[in-house]
Design a protein around this ligand. Sequence first.
Ligand SMILES: Cc1ncc(COP(=O)(O)O)c(C=O)c1O
Length: 83
Amino acid sequence: MTVDYAGHPCDFDALRSLTAPRGIRIVDDAAHALGAASHGRPVGCAALADVTAFSFYATKNLTTGEAAPPSPTTRHWPSASGS
Ligand SMILES: Cc1ncc(COP(=O)(O)O)c(C=O)c1O
């Protein structure tokens, strides 16, 4: 699990070079990074993490009071069976 701290996305290219060969999926906590991008790819897009969660808490970039939706662009939504 990764955390994009203070608006700075993680180095997903480096992380993917480690996780992809091993079949490990990346779950990204982007509570601090709504609107951020990594090399032109917006945080939440499937090229970065397999699952991305944002936060709409009152102290975050965009607030709705309370909510934390996963990214709609997630391409691999983990199932209970792990496939
Ligand atoms: C990095 C990070 N992840 C997750 C959360 C939790 O967000 P939420 O309260 O919307 O579930 C916070 C809240 O402060 C946070 O700073």
